[in-house]
Design a protein around this ligand. Structure first.
Ligand code: FER
Length: 315
């Protein structure tokens, strides 16, 4: 009975989301005529079918089955809740901190900052993508360097809960993802470096994210090469700044960046964003990984890319 009611509630929630999506679409139809109207959906034309070129291919073999499932006998890392006062939002804010199996406060570790998507939360990487299982398994197999992984809330506004779908695309919500840059650089990173035994230099600090978080990772990571030398954008969203703006100095990028990693699924309507970024890097001879997988805007892509990206980190 409880399950039935739960399913009904879910079905009703889904129907509500669909109704909102239909309404948003109807509203979008008139948007071009009135650019002042606040956005409740993505701008028209953002989602496009991928036009695959010869170099848009998988960069890695398919991971072994079960790579993102908790495996019997594998030691698990643990997640701590970390909180800090943010001058950007004026509120106390949370981040999840993954400490790998075998973690000891007597040693020092490199740090990966891992960012969620538009409607997401700081729990998405661990519960939706199952990042803990991916990293635990890789560590047990000796395929990754032991690292701390910080999964913050990338929505820097006083009310930092995911908004209802019809408010996702408001300018205020988009601005909150941009405002996280200052909080990350000036508050969160220093706080993590005080609280945990980190290797607190650019050689040992990485940033990556999915979708809106992928755009943040590219913008913040490439915009702060003094602080990051490993950067990854997975299925990056339209908040991604133009590559030419982020990387005006190709020679500097070649010497500073240890890894720049881009991925996207060929079924993802945002494919063109990563593809354009890759094409700029290629034309500027900036070394990078470009991994095109067969997935959509979903956890299959993000789990696989975390699996491939993590193995290259801090080597
Ligand atoms: C957009 C389409 C998608 C956009 C953001 C997204 C800011 C983000 C999607 C996600 O994070 O999953 O036009 O504009």
């Amino acid at each position: 009975m409880r399950t039935g009611r739960h399913m009904l509630a879910r079905a009703m929630a889904l129907a509500a989301v669909l109704a909102v999506a239909v309404a948003a679409r109807a509203q979008n139809a008139g948007r071009e005529a009135n650019p002042e109207q606040p956005r409740s959906g993505p701008p028209p034309g953002v989602y496009q079918p991928a036009q695959l070129a010869a170099d848009d291919v998988r960069a890695f073999p398919v991971p072994p089955g079960g790579f993102a499932d908790a495996r019997a006998g594998v030691a698990q890392g643990r997640v701590e809740e970390f909180s800090y006062d943010s001058p950007v939002t004026g509120t106390r804010r949370k981040a999840n901190v993954y400490l790998p199996a075998g973690y000891s406060a007597e040693r020092r570790y490199p740090v990966l900052y891992l960012l969620h998507g538009f409607g997401g939360t700081l729990d998405d990487w661990r519960y939706y993508v199952r990042s803990n299982a991916v990293l635990d398994n890789l560590l047990a197999d000796g395929k990754v360097v032991r690292m701390i992984v910080v999964m913050p809330n990338g929505r820097a506004r006083a009310d930092d809960k995911p908004p209802p779908p019809e408010r996702s695309f408001t300018p205020e919500h988009i601005a909150a993802f941009a405002a996280f840059e200052r909080e990350l650089m000036e508050t969160l990173i220093p706080a993590i470096d005080r609280q945990y035994p980190t290797l607190a230099d650019r050689q040992h600090r990485a940033i990556a994210g999915l979708s809106m978080g992928g755009g943040q990772a590219l913008n913040f990571g490439l915009g702060h090469q003094e602080s990051f030398s490993w950067v990854g954008g997975f299925s990056s969203a339209p908040n991604t700044a133009a590559a030419a703006v982020l990387l005006p100095d190709a020679a500097r990028a070649r010497t500073q960046l240890r890894m720049l990693y881009l991925s996207c699924g060929s079924q993802d309507g945002l494919f063109h964003i990563s593809q354009d970024f890759h094409r700029y890097l290629k034309s500027s001879a900036i070394p990078h990984v470009w991994n095109v997988d067969p997935y959509s805007h979903d956890r299959d892509s993000w789990a696989e890319n975390l699996y491939d990206f993590a193995q290259l980190l801090f080597r």
